[in-house]
Unconditional design. Structure first.
Length: 438
């Protein structure tokens, strides 16, 4: 009996000793993999890069960064994939090396990895070229400003606007737009005249996202001599940027309606609320086309003439189309009839019209913040979720106290939405007080 006990005790002690030795063995293995990146054997270096990427340990990044200069392409390909897996700003030095690699697949991976630092893993895909025709391409999340953009990344991506590969030039333009790189407006202006159509279209979209006057003027200049596809994208972008200086040209395009660009010009003029188009808006109010009626109503609302509000109320009561009704409510709030904000806020919970309502609510902005925050207590969870997104997009830190109670909302999606909004608004407050980056 005593012998059996001794055997059991020996097994237990042996197991304990083995478990205590595991951390040391694991540490040795990690250090070995770093050393293996300098092995004379290519296969060993490849396996080491894979292992360090899978480890997720930031201590491995400096060694992987050095491995981006490996003479063997297969090592560099695995290494850039390993760096991408970290989704960390600590990898920037290695990604910058990758952006200048002689191999296009490494450059492409480096571009994607650089953007994923800011938008998250799996969110940086650009979509296929057919998306220009088919629409509804995958949306990359807008930057929320929680991680400051490294100017070295912007500079490195700018260089790829001159890449020999059209797809990489397009990807670079796309990345600069998502990053909101205002300093890249001039390089992107050159891309408006790239030999590849998709690069030109991407440059238009990115300049629209940047949205500065310099970017808008660059887009406006591309109207001259643009083909139908590019002209349409330019018109859309000028509307999105609400660039008032483009109004006279947009009116001319609307009147001419060459290549069926008239409707796109109408939508752009509506976004501008262009005084030059007042007559156009009134004319389209009675159109049989509901989309044209919507743009006409939006345009009249953005004119800011409160004297027309009473007439719009009567027209609203006769309007049968829900999307146009929503446009009337937006326009009437713009003209001082604040009671119509109820429809805008509640349609945030409507599956068909929530994007339209979201855009309206964000544009109405801080001026109606006191009304918007009331809907954070709406009984419909979708309204609370979307209103938190609206307040985040508006960017006014005054909304933070109204969002904080939602952190304990019984609906977890509402709480998460509020948490993201609060984090973004706090970061925005800090950014506003900080000195601008030169």
């Amino acid at each position: 009996m005593g012998l059996e006990r001794l055997v059991v005790l020996a097994i237990v002690v042996s197991g304990c000793l083995s478990s205590f030795s595991l951390p040391l063995a694991a540490q040795d293995t990690f250090q070995d993999e770093i050393a293996n990146l300098r092995s004379p054997n290519v296969g060993t270096r490849v396996n080491a890069a894979k292992a360090l990427g899978k480890s997720g340990r930031l201590e491995g990044i400096p060694a992987l960064t050095q491995a981006m200069r490996d003479p063997e392409l297969k090592v560099r390909r695995v290494t850039i994939e390993a760096l991408r897996a970290f989704t960390s700003s600590e990898t920037v030095d290695g990604l910058l090396i990758g952006l200048q690699d002689e191999d296009r697949s490494v450059r492409r991976e480096a571009l994607t990895a650089a953007l994923e630092i800011y938008v998250g893993a799996g969110n940086a895909d650009i979509g296929s070229s057919l998306s220009w025709i088919l629409g509804n391409r995958k949306r990359t999340p807008e930057l929320e400003g929680l991680i400051p953009t490294d100017l070295r990344v912007v500079n490195g991506v700018e260089l790829r606007l001159q890449d020999e590969e059209p797809h990489l030039r397009r990807q670079a333009a796309y990345t600069l737009g998502v990053l909101g790189a205002a300093r890249s407006a001039r390089p992107l202006e050159s891309s408006l005249y790239d030999g590849d159509k998709n690069v030109r279209l991407e440059a238009v979209r990115s300049l629209a996202k940047i949205g500065t006057d310099e970017a808008a003027e660059a887009v406006r200049g591309a109207l001259n001599g643009a083909d139908k596809t590019l002209a349409g994208a330019v018109i859309d972008a000028l509307g999105k940027m609400q660039y008032q200086k483009a109004a006279p040209e947009l009116v001319v395009i609307y009147d001419a309606d060459v290549n069926k660009l008239g409707d796109r010009a109408l939508a752009a003029l509506a976004h501008l609320g262009a005084p030059e188009a007042r007559g156009v808006f009134y004319y389209q109010m009675t159109s049989k086309n509901s989309e044209r009626r919507r743009w006409a109503v939006e345009g009249l609302g953005r004119l800011g003439d409160s004297g027309i509000a009473s007439g719009l109320v009567k027209d609203f009561l006769r309007e049968p189309d829900p999307t146009v009704q929503l446009a009337y409510c937006f326009a009437l709030v713009q003209l001082g009839r604040i009671e119509f904000i109820d429809r805008v806020a509640l349609d945030l919970g409507n599956r068909k019209r929530h994007e339209q309502a979201f855009e309206y609510a964000v544009e109405l902005g801080s001026g109606v913040l006191g009304e918007l925050v009331r809907y954070l207590t709406d009984p419909v969870p979708a309204v609370r979720i979307e209103m938190a997104r609206v307040l985040m997009a508006i960017g006014d830190p005054a909304a933070i106290p109204h969002l904080q109670p939602l952190l304990s909302d019984p609906n977890s999606k509402v709480a998460d939405s509020a948490n993201r909004a609060i984090a973004r608004l706090k970061q925005g407050r800090l950014s506003a007080s900080a000195a601008p980056i030169p």
